[in-house]
Design a protein around this ligand. Structure first.
Ligand SMILES: NC(=O)c1ccc[n+]([C@@H]2O[C@H](COP(=O)([O-])OP(=O)(O)OC[C@H]3O[C@@H](n4cnc5c(N)ncnc54)[C@H](OP(=O)(O)O)[C@@H]3O)[C@@H](O)[C@H]2O)c1
Length: 329
């Protein structure tokens, strides 16, 4: 089969489109013919050996996909051949066929396209887990999203609005902020050209925000933490800036703020049934038009390396999707 292959941990540009062995079916797994896959930040890290887990080489990257079940392993109870599904196998999605454990596979309805399906699991899954299960965001609260035009950021804007919050979106360019506005953000802050803390103060009449959603890290985290109101919650989601901030803990003590870690991948491993229930909710909200995955660009499989580079270079807005096989519908 054709696949994007990582032969050694190296810069993204060294990934190759090549022939690779089709995965063999295993107990508890399904083999999926991939229609579309999407690019997520961990894909850019894992191929460089910078992610928390390092798969044995050579491997096919790609965390998230949408396709059709072609083989079912022993012990699988929820799927049969020909089911349309989304899956988050962690690796293997940028290929014509991918193997995934049944717990990481969700059936999708007929009206959902492969391109749309490829863009719903990791971003909405992470942001819903963070806002609902961890921060317990309430209607009427104020939510600040850093890196708001990225994959998980746009999902946090839409979910924040759906949960009844006022959403303040912070991003680095006007183009990115315009997209945040089109997805429902109430207040826009360009954190590269404006002072984040004073703009939050102004936007909240000095009250501060109740929840910070931080997938960026680096220089903006401390200003965001300092902008939290009494008993505000700070969600540590990721470090797309490449810098893990080191912050004085007195900032938590003052105003009884909480620092809350978010690790969606580990949560779905520990609570697979809760993950399935949450995905049912997300799929229903997409059907109702309350969530609209923002697929900004669609690439062919041979251009997947370019797509991963765009994301790593901070040039992506929303989701970048790889159409692996347009005949898989
Ligand atoms: N904790 C979890 O369970 C979990 C789950 C999924 C993802 N994540 C993490 O969340 C982060 C975002 O993932 P994503 O897929 O949404 O990525 P993304 O689409 O690339 O968005 C990341 C955003 O970060 C900002 N950014 C600031 N400095 C950057 C830099 N040097 N390079 C790239 N982006 C930079 C960019 O916005 P501006 O240009 O506007 O600053 C960009 O839109 C990643 O660190 C990822 O590993 C965590």
């Amino acid at each position: 089969m054709k696949a994007i292959v990582c032969e050694k941990f190296a810069p993204i540009g060294e990934l190759k489109l090549a022939e690779f062995d089709r995965p063999q079916i295993k107990d508890g797994h399904v083999l999926i013919e991939v229609g579309a896959a999407s690019v997520n930040f961990p894909d850019a890290l894992i191929v460089q050996g910078l992610y928390q887990n390092k798969p044995p080489l050579p491997f096919v990257p790609g965390h998230e996909l949408c396709g059709i079940v072609r083989e079912v392993g022993q012990g699988v109870t929820r799927f049969k051949v020909s089911d349309r599904v989304v899956a988050t196998p962690g690796v293997g999605a940028f290929a014509e066929f991918a193997l995934s454990h049944e717990d990481k596979v969700i059936a999708i309805p007929a009206h959902m396209s492969m391109i749309q399906g490829a863009a719903i699991t990791l971003t909405y899954g992470t942001s819903l887990h963070a806002l609902k299960n961890i921060a317990r965001l309430q209607a009427g609260e104020r939510l600040l999203v850093l890196g708001a035009s990225g994959g998980v950021g746009l999902a946090a804007i839409e979910l924040g609005k759906l949960m009844g919050a006022t959403v303040i979106a912070a991003a680095s360019t006007q183009d990115k902020l315009q997209v945040c506005e089109s997805m429902g953000a109430d207040v826009l802050i360009n954190y590269e050209t404006e002072d984040l803390k004073s703009r939050i103060k102004e936007a909240t009449s000095s009250k501060g925000v109740d929840v910070v959603y931080d997938a960026v890290g680096g220089k903006f985290s401390e200003a965001a933490l300092r902008s939290l109101a009494w008993r505000g919650r700070f969600l540590v989601v990721g470090f797309a800036s490449g810098e893990i901030p080191k912050i004085a803990l007195n900032l938590a003590l003052l105003s009884e703020r909480s620092l809350m870690g978010v690790f969606w991948g580990e949560w779905i491993r520990r609570e697979p049934l809760a993950h399935l229930k949450q995905m049912d909710f997300i799929i229903e909200q997409v059907r109702l038009g309350h969530l609209n995955p923002k697929v900004n660009e669609v690439y062919a499989l041979q251009d997947a390396v370019k797509a991963i580079e765009q994301l790593a270079m901070r040039k992506a807005i929303g989701k970048l999707v790889i159409q692996v096989n347009s005949t898989v519908q």
